[in-house]
Design a protein around this ligand. Sequence first.
Ligand SMILES: *Cc1c(COP(=O)(O)O)cnc(C)c1O
Length: 864
Amino acid sequence: MKAIRRFSVRPVLPESLLPLQELALNLRWSWHPETRELLRSVDPEGWAAAGGDPVRMLSTVSASRLAELAADRGFLRRLGVAAEELRDYLTDDRWYQQEGVELPRGIAYFSPEFGITAALPQYSGGLGILAGDHLKAASDLGVPLIGVGLLYRHGYFRQTLSADGWQQEHYPVLDPHAMPLTLLTEEDGTPVRVALTLPGGRALGAQIWQARVGRVPLLLLDSSLAENDPAERDVTDRLYGGGSEHRLLQEMLLGIGGVRALRAYCRITGHPEPEVFHMNEGHAGFLGAERIRELGEERGLDFDAALRAVRAGTVFTTHTPVPAGIDRFPEELVARHFGPDAELASLDRDRLLELGREPEGTAAPGGQPTAEGQPSPFNMAVLGLRTAQRCNGVSTLHGTVSREMFSGLWPGFDSSEVPIGSITNGVHAPTWTDDAMRDVRAGDMSDADLWQLRREMRERLIQEVRERLRTSWRQRGAARAELGWIDEVLDPDVLTLGFARRVPSYKRLTLMLNDRERMKRLLTHPERPVQIIVAGKAHPADEGGKRLIQELVKFADDPRLRTRIVFLPDYGMAMAGFLYSGCDVWLNNPIRPLEACGTSGMKAALNGCLNLSVRDGWWDEWADQDFGWEIPTADGMAADDPQWRDAVEAAALYGLIEEQVAPCFYDRGGNGGPPVRWMEMVRATIDRLGPKVLAERMVREYVGELYSPAARAHRELDADAARELAAYVERVRREWPGVSVDHVDSGEEPPVLGGVVPLRVRVALGGLDPDAVQVQAVTGRVDENDTLADPRVVPLKPLGGADLEGRWTYEGELTLDRSGPFGYTVRILPAHPMLASHAELGLVALPSMEVEQVPEHEAGVLLR
Ligand SMILES: *Cc1c(COP(=O)(O)O)cnc(C)c1O
């Protein structure tokens, strides 16, 4: 018989065991092995059956076991110590408290997904795991962050395979009462509600679940309420499911509902109101619109002034140059959900639509230019960039790529000046470092011991692989008796490669199959074989990705190869931990430069696993021959022939494995000892790469480079200052057509190295005063097209007043400290102390005249 309803009964713990509840509900156990060990000891079998989820374990533990523990003085003592340690962790001063003054009192961090632990399956991949690591590192550092997201009643899907290797998706129902969550309630116990107004007068209500991530609260909005209509109940059904309108509603709930949930949380708990709002990708872009509404209704600010105030305290992080990662909605769909009889009724809807509109005439970020005559779509990344004064990409290379990709938003500026910086992602070491590696200072261990430890981790991985493979084959319809061969799968002494990630096409799951014969030779090499473990989920709507998985599964099904290559279904955080610690080499072969950062290789590195990767994302800046190998790429040369490119890069990959990776691993120096060079690389990876890839390093950079300046700007931009700034922007925009560089005079003397070039410039400023603008010379080396490379800015100073025609004269000097072809230009930019970048308003006036050429021989003689 099937039950028609299910619910979870929370256990009633004896009073002396109540601290167990505290320890189980705070997710710190997920990165604190001592707490985890204590919780596990409550009921080791129940712990295993619950997949290491203490809340689930506690719901099944027997009353007699609880009574036994309540009488166990040793256990009670350990419980007391653990509970006190947690309270200290939650209240002690940490890094942030010691940094002191001027730091933001609160930071809200919005993300569509959070990967914190397998026990809270609310993530699909890297973006979510990063968000989880961000919260955990913030907690460890004492950064007063509040996370805001959605609670998906089915999470992301669970993956199995059909008999012929086709991905099957399953959506188990999650019961929040059986998860590490509590409902946010008013003081009288009634659950807090936020509501959105939908077209046609319908309402979308949501309740708010709280997870505790160490010191950091995480608020998750959940629309599965009896009082909602069925369609609205399903708004938070699945992560990244559904069509356009469904997705829009999710993002409205995240952005607008999220701000309302946050306000309720701060009102009820007394938590300081956030001064900084951080959007982890564009999905939460509407949070700016809600705050513009608040400032209008509560402080009487008009749209422009409110926009300035909101931007000052907002940070936007872009995470991908791949179009599918950026949400774009038909403008009319957005228009229908805002305005008089829908959400944000008091806001000027046209102004809101403008904020998300892709710039005309430029290639849409990450996509094709909008066809002529078509209304341009509403782009959530563009909305994010326009509502945040501070923006960043997630690795140095991705910063460069993003500046180019979004340069249409800052016309007139070279992409190098587009105000998008970068902070390279990091990973949370206490989460991703294997317990066995945790205390390893590689320097204190002999090669033999470290090699032995790595072998044990490989062996543990292989046990896990065999178990998962057996389960998978049973699901694919095999009988137990047919599966004896699984005991032979993988060999603990063979070089083990891992490849696990989502399956969008740019990550090239099947690049390794480009030349199957060559791959087979690598797997079955008589002296130096390799074995490969592959995992990954394709988005349910991505048929192409599912075909790639099927291709790989069929290859791995081959009886001659199946003990050397395996595909494991249902990649997730639990499996990932085994892979990072048990593999020797982590393979990463995206199409450069589409991997914005990539973090799995960082997690592998923390465990002494070497990287074998295309120079993309983080590996582009930290690649080092002591940490692994670079797969050479053919980018730039093969843009129009992806097949040729794949073949070239795959050949390079096989060559590297054959000639460098495997020989290095199997070089046992004649005496069967550990491979000397390999161990050097493992040590270098742990000792020198490990400290760079940390989420703590990343969060400190966010605090120093983005959160603190944003909080300062937010404080300075009170209502009056915001109005003043908005008026300034309006005036500059209005007067800009009259701003021009009319004449540039650089004296008669020919330039010599070490000399100075006096500059005198005449400019028109329209109706603006000199203090509203900045007049600059920009100088540097020039290439054959007269483009300035590495330009340096020299501010020019106004001389006296305006002449009779209203023109101003500016002066300055250029120092010639480098020989060779050299050039300069002059430009006028807006200047205001509350602008974070001179490109911020996208306004610049450049001379209209042609470049004056100094004759070639003359320049050559004089400058050399
Ligand atoms: C780290 C991680 C990812 C992201 O890996 P990338 O290298 O960025 O693709 C995805 N899924 C899980 C479960 C992870 O742990």
